[in-house]
Design a protein around this ligand. Sequence first.
Ligand SMILES: *Cc1c(COP(=O)(O)O)cnc(C)c1O
Length: 375
Amino acid sequence: MIPFNKPPYLGTEPAFIQQAIDNMKICGDGPFTKQCNEWLEQRFHAQKALLTTSGTAALEMAALLCGIKPGDEVILPSYTFSSTATAFVLAGANLVFVDIRPDTMNIDESKIEAAITDKTKVIIPVHYAGVACEMDTILDLASKHHLKVVEDAAQGVMSTYKGKALGTIGDLGCYSFHETKNYSMGEGGALLINDPAHREKAEVLREKGTNRSKFYRGQVDKYTWVDYGSSYLPSDMNAAYLWAQLQQADRINEDRLRSWNRYYEGLSPLSEYGCIELPHIPAECTHNAHMFYLKCANVEERSALIDHLKEHGALAVFHYVPLHSSPAGRRFGRFVGEDAHTTRESDRLLRLPMYYGLDESDLDHVIDIITAFYR
Ligand SMILES: *Cc1c(COP(=O)(O)O)cnc(C)c1O
């Protein structure tokens, strides 16, 4: 059976993990964490990057740094992972969902302004499948209405919008290094801090409310509790696993893009016949092949295709159930405007096997099974 996902693994990870153990430094903020932070800052021209225990944790930090208080509103797409929403709900926010664009499955930037009220504090663009949202429009809206922008770039590591790395465009950016993402440390993530005003507070928040980071830099002579916070530091053993992957970031990216392009080419005839729809990459975006999806005519056809693929040895899966129709989404949020695309497009979308090291023969097999289904 061709799996849907395989956690990325190069073979160089165990030696780095052993090194972390030999360093006698397996807690947070050891040498590997620092190296990863610096790598992210240099590679993506980020002001400041901090590894976290998950992408969800990075989003939680972002919500707190934006000063979200009970009753504040945040604008996000309904078509996203629960983390995007629940991180802000924990801080007390009410969710305001808006529709997506059918071409990229990203928040429809033209629907945001109508959802802004005097309670709105943050816009949260989610870069679905590592393809950027229309950030220029979103940033203009944010500056016009004095809102913060938190990018959920969990899927967008190594992708760009107009040459800028995703995660470095809004006030704050959140990455995930979960095992289902392009680069992994098992569970983990990073917060990118693009507005220097948040820097010190982020360090305190991440270090149980202490000024430990400042203390280690010699900027204060006492290490003490200064504000509220939590523990968002991953173990340096996990950072060592990630470090191995960042060392080969281009190799992983190229391998995934090769698979993505082969799917695209192989499935193009079916798209030309009008059987399926293929993803759209806007001209100003480069993507990281986080995901390859196609769209069937409707949910019944998608179920049949999933079964057909399974019978012939490949696992394909659908994605998010729109949050506004979920029990928690109904409780904590409301949908503003018309759901013209969110439900319809999410019903049709099917994700194909995609991971580092996906065999060409397996790829061709998946393309053949799908072609046979439509024939
Ligand atoms: C994976 C993901 C997250 C959460 O990341 P974790 O590291 O699993 O906590 C958040 N948002 C999106 C869009 C994701 O794909």
